[in-house]
Design a protein around this ligand. Structure first.
Ligand SMILES: Nc1ncnc2c1ncn2[C@@H]1O[C@H](COP(=O)(O)OP(=O)(O)OP(=O)(O)O)[C@@H](O)[C@H]1O
Length: 578
């Protein structure tokens, strides 16, 4: 884990090394101060030696200022290094995720990736800052103070030999009880993120189905889940304070008791006892600080492991060696293709065999969950086939350069999104070099030009995140126009005209046939009218191809297709008759 995470330090190596050095100097000087103060009391104040007091007083002042400067510098350097490191780590994680296939993303889940990019990185940042400052300060302060205490009076310092293990046992017990709880918190953060994401994305559905109360309950439960564990962990951690104060007061009591005896016996001076009080404070506080550091580091460790798991996960879909850099045509061939999601035992597609000629129009129909989307997602390698072979333009899809393949296969998904920016910017996702004329031409085919021009700002109209300020049908037409700008060899429309009325949809189909005659078009639709004129219609049922044929052939030969057709015809007739 450390090796993977340390790759993101890069330009912050210098600051990362500087911080512990500054802390070490600060602590060394700081722990010398009580010793010097004891000397001033015993050799200056007790003997009324003003020149001694002035001389060592000034040295003490200089040391205090120096220690303060080192401390202040460390407290500037450490957060700076940690923030820079976190920025690098976030950057690395984000870019690593960009290479992920859908299978990788399914493996972690989108909401968990968001938690890892946000909360987990913040925890690691805190941990990093602790590591280069407190993790150095606490043990050094402890060590130097013990050393100085023994130097002042080794007999009296034996008090610490008794008290430190007692406090240490307390702290270990507290940590042991609290640490596992912090790990649970992260899993609950994933749940909270999922609930929030689902709710915000599906806010319209939530409102139409009047599910706001249920969603609020879900949120409350997720939020309470985090609060409960955190409260429990904090309750345990709060025992730290009283334990610490108890041991500190006991130590002071013992120091005073034995110190007084030693002073009376003449083997200890008052100033030395004062410095022992100061060391007692430093030793016990440093132990407490160490406990805090452990807690924070264990939180950071749990987060670090979650980030490392993502960074070490290799994209399941990669560019091959010597990739093919052009797609000759839009011919598609499935040869005995089987498909499962992420090694799950359930086969989503079974023994798919298909021959599609370049330029053909293919319709796919079937019940929900039949595997239609899964089938077409294999074409641009959003997922890889589990068994069998898939060939595009005469070559196995695995042999293509991924970018080339995806540039040539445009896919309009069921629930496509637009990004914040203008309409023109969104359309240019399809081709960033497209001219204004090309944008308009694509928008015309997608039947989007008309409504775009009705907006006061036309193609410069600003789209809100996700496309929430355009209607469902408009959004679908814009995403089709965006896909067309790729000038793809294969165009896949996955139920992407469901929100468009049948007349407009027919015009889109006619436009596609006229302007992209050589592009293979695959249209998945629940409406037979959308695929009726296709060269081949594929009827899918539970992951298998049940039949392939033209509309007329299927009406005659396939009962499922005929049933759907007759039902939809009747419904359309009923609607037309009012
Ligand atoms: N990412 C995923 N991980 C695991 N299983 C999935 C995933 N996506 C889909 N499935 C499952 O795969 C099966 C086929 O889904 P698919 O989306 O291909 O069907 P579909 O025919 O396109 O359905 P619809 O018409 O409702 O979109 C379904 O049972 C679905 O639950």
């Amino acid at each position: 884990m450390l090796k993977t995470l340390s790759r993101s330090i890069r330009q912050y190596k210098g600051l990362t090394i500087l911080s512990p050095i500054l802390v070490a100097v600060e602590v060394a000087v700081e722990t010398f101060i009580p010793f010097l103060m004891g000397n001033i009391i015993d050799d200056g104040i007790q003997k009324s030696d003003m020149s001694y007091i002035t001389k060592y007083g000034l040295i003490l002042l200089a040391m205090a200022i120096f220690s303060l400067i080192c401390g202040a510098a460390a407290s500037w350097v450490a957060p700076h290094a940690a923030a820079g490191y976190a920025t690098n780590l976030r950057h690395d994680l984000f870019y690593h995720i960009q290479d992920f296939s859908f299978a990788n993303i399914d493996h972690f889940s989108g909401s968990s990736l968001v938690t890892r990019l946000t909360t987990d990185i913040s925890n690691v940042q805190m941990g990093y800052q602790m590591m280069i400052r407190m993790t150095v300060r606490a043990p050094l302060l402890f060590l130097f103070s013990i050393m100085m205490a023994f130097r002042v009076n080794s007999q009296l310092a034996l008090v610490f030999v008794v008290m430190i293990p007692i406090l240490a046992i307390f702290l270990v017990l507290i940590l042991h009880a609290a640490r596992p709880l912090f790990r649970v918190v992260f899993r609950r953060y994933d749940t909270l993120n999922r609930v929030v994401r689902e709710n915000i994305r599906g806010v319209q559905v939530v409102k139409t189905y009047v599910r706001a109360d249920e969603e609020s309950d879900k949120f409350k439960r997720a939020s309470k889940g985090i609060a409960d564990v955190f409260t429990k962990a904090q309750r345990i951690m709060s025992l730290n304070g009283p334990a610490m104060m108890l041991i500190l007061n006991l130590s002071l009591l013992l120091l005073s008791w034995f110190g007084a005896k030693l002073i009376v016996g003449g083997s200890l001076q008052t100033g030395e006892l004062v410095s022992m009080y100061a060391y007692s404070n430093s030793i016990l506080f440093s132990l407490n600080m160490l406990a805090m550091v452990f807690t924070q580091l264990s939180i950071a460790q749990a987060s670090g492991e979650r980030i490392t798991a993502v960074l070490q996960d290799r994209p399941t879909i990669n560019d091959p060696k010597d990739p093919i850099k052009s797609v000759a045509n839009g011919a598609i061939e499935f040869q005995h293709v089987n498909f499962t999601f992420n090694d799950s035992p359930r086969e989503i597609l079974q023994d798919i065999n298909l021959q599609i000629k370049s330029g053909e129009v293919i319709g796919i129909i079937g019940e929900t969950g039949a595997g239609k989307s899964s089938l077409v997602q294999l074409i641009p390698r959003l997922y890889d086939v589990s068994h069998g072979r898939l060939r595009i333009g005469g070559h196995n899809v695995r042999h293509y350069d991924l970018r080339t393949l995806r540039d040539n296969v445009a896919m309009v998904l069921q629930n496509n999104v637009l990004f914040s920016g203008t309409i023109a910017e969104n359309l240019r996702w399809g081709n960033e070099d497209a001219s204004d004329e090309e944008l308009i031409a694509a928008a015309k085919i997608a039947q989007a030009d008309g409504f775009i021009n009705e907006f006061p700002d036309g193609y410069q109209t600003h789209i809100e995140q996700g496309g929430s300020n355009v209607s469902g049908g408009q959004l679908q037409r814009l995403t089709i126009a965006r896909a067309l700008l790729k000038k793809p060899k294969i165009l896949i429309l996955d139920d992407s005209t469901s929100a468009v009325d049948t007349t407009t949809e027919r015009m889109i189909r006619e436009g596609l046939a006229e302007d992209l005659p050589d592009t293979t078009k695959i249209i998945i639709s629940q409406r037979i009218v959308s695929i009726k004129d296709a060269d081949q219609i594929i009827v899918m049922d539970r992951g298998q191809i049940q039949a392939v044929g033209t509309h007329d052939e299927l009406v005659k030969s396939n009962a499922l297709y005929r049933d759907i057709y007759q039902y939809q015809e009747k419904k359309a007739g009923d609607e037309a008759n009012g």
